[in-house]
Design a protein around this ligand. Structure first.
Ligand code: GLU
Length: 492
């Protein structure tokens, strides 16, 4: 099968790319890349009212951000296009006609209200509620009359109602569905548009898809699709249903569990390789211990469909954050600086163009905080005070560290020392602290925390000597002076 593998994702463009679709895309992509196969993107935009171009663009942007490139699909072309269902109407018409011809589909003139009413009655009578096949049994005369009246109709599939349909799922084995519970579902709506269960079969067949890898939420659609394949005399692809992704409370994943659209992860400063690594583990594992993989090479090498789990995957924001931190620390600090640059610029902390000196200083700052941040937006917050003069002093830190009685004396002494310190760097700053501590009869730590709060606004920063060096003499002295004056005036 290697080399001939053709897989696809088929997103409906009715919103942004969410984690479930991204995980499905990733598993398909990994399998294609592993086997030298083809990864197809097909846009299922037959729901004209809800599909938007903006959503298509957003989904594609999300895939690109994750690094999941597609061999066929929007923008890439390919021999089995078009890759938008809305442009494939002729195929659905052709095969709908074929099914009608061979007696596996029939026109149904019942209105949705009629169907609904009769369904409810069946339910009330304790029967399986499904379409009652009224229109299957119309006489030719009735049919002709309806056609002459121009009554709208849908095309229904004439499903098998005896025996069972077996889904051979690569992960789950045989999943059996009793045919009598399957409905004569609609293939083509009254407006001429195909339904998902019909279009997906036509497209997967024409696009020569070998493995349908998708979320478990589709498993009840699969027997319907299998019946359509059979009715058209087509081979059935291999089905792989991926376990659901749930929240930590094992309920359906939602925003309150920290689930986000893929591009929201991007905006918050997650790294795409960390998100990919994390998504890969939502329902797949290599062995039970390895968590960090080189993305994408090692994942591709180690990925296999066989190791996909049957059990639901649990989304855990904290683990994702931890993993992102691991990836942040793995980066060269200059690369990390480059990745965070757009966020720094967006926050107004750095200009569009960095001159070499500013770039070097920015990179040095990033290097100092690299060990402590888990997301790029944390990096923005952790370095803010280096690049803006608008410091907001943290109320609690001021109370705790700046209201000690020796602080004004300390700040005044530092201002005097720093004015003439040559050069102004960590190596020369440290001895100043040592000397002052001794002179004032204090521990070095008693000096460091007030100074940190004075120049950064808060109690956390890289080593204080490095922080002061990176801030530079001018900014350091300006902030020490501002705080000193405010303390003296009782304004702080
Ligand atoms: N449009 C469907 C969805 O987004 C595709 C499902 C499938 O892969 O068959 O869920």
């Amino acid at each position: 099968m290697d080399g001939n593998v053709r897989v696809r994702i088929a997103p409906s463009p009715t919103g942004a790319l969410h984690m479930g679709t991204a995980r499905t895309a990733l598993f398909n992509w990994l399998f294609a890349r592993k086997t030298g196969g083809t990864f197809v993107v097909r846009i299922e935009d037959t729901d004209l009212a809800r599909s938007t171009e903006e959503s298509t663009e957003g989904i594609l942007q999300g895939l690109r951000w994750l690094g999941l490139d597609w061999d066929e699909g929007p923008g890439a072309g390919g021999p089995y296009g078009p890759y938008f269902q809305s442009q494939r109407m002729e195929y659905y018409k052709e095969f709908a006609a074929k099914l009608e011809e061979n007696g596996r589909a029939y026109r149904c003139y019942c209105t949705p209200e009629e169907v609904d009413e009769r369904r409810k009655a069946m339910l009330a009578a304790g029967q399986v509620s499904k379409y009652d096949r009224k229109c299957l049994h119309l006489t030719d005369a009735q049919r002709r009359q309806y056609e002459a009246e121009g009554r709208p109709y849908v095309l229904r599939f004439y499903a098998k109602d005896e025996g069972e349909t077996v889904v051979h799922d690569l992960i789950r084995g045989e999943v059996r569905f009793a045919n009598h519970v399957l409905d004569d579902f609609v293939l083509v709506r009254s407006d001429g548009l195909p339904t998902y269960n019909f279009a997906v079969v036509v497209d997967d067949h024409l696009m020569k898809i070998t493995h349908v890898i998708r979320g478990e939420d589709h498993i009840s659609n699969t027997p319907r699709q299998i019946q359509v394949y059979e009715a058209l005399g087509w081979d059935v692809p291999i089905f792989v249903h991926l376990p659901m992704i749930l929240g930590p409370d094992r309920s359906k994943l939602s925003k309150r569990h920290g689930a986000k659209f893929i591009m929201e992860f991007a905006d918050e400063g997650y790294l795409p390789e960390a998100v990919v690594n994390y998504l890969a583990l939502l329902g797949w594992s290599y062995d039970d211990s390895q968590e960090i993989f080189e993305v994408p090479d090692e994942l591709i090498e180690k990925f296999s469909l066989e190791r996909i789990s049957k059990n639901p995957a649990i989304f855990d924001t904290q683990k994702l954050e931890w993993m992102n931190g691991v990836y942040i620390r793995k980066l060269d600090y200059r690369e990390l600086a480059a990745r965070a640059l757009p966020l720094m610029q967006k926050a107004g902390l750095l200009p569009k163009e960095l001159d070499p000196k500013l770039k070097e200083r920015y990179e040095a700052v990033v290097k100092e905080v690299q060990q402590r941040v888990r997301k790029l937006n944390e990096l923005v917050d952790a370095t803010r005070y280096f690049f803006t003069d608008e410091i907001t002093w943290d109320e609690k830190a001021v109370q705790k560290h700046l209201h000690r009685e020796y602080v004004p004396e300390l700040l005044a002494a530092l201002l005097e020392e720093f004015a003439s310190l040559q050069p102004f760097n960590a190596g020369t700053i440290e001895p100043v602290f040592n000397r002052l501590a001794e002179k004032m009869g204090l521990k070095r730590g008693d000096l460091m925390q007030p100074v940190r709060v004075a120049v950064t606004g808060g109690p956390v920063s890289p080593g204080i000597f490095e922080t002061l060096e990176l801030l530079g003499r001018a900014k350091t002295c300006e902030r020490l002076r501002t705080v000193l004056e405010r303390l003296r005036r009782g304004e702080m």
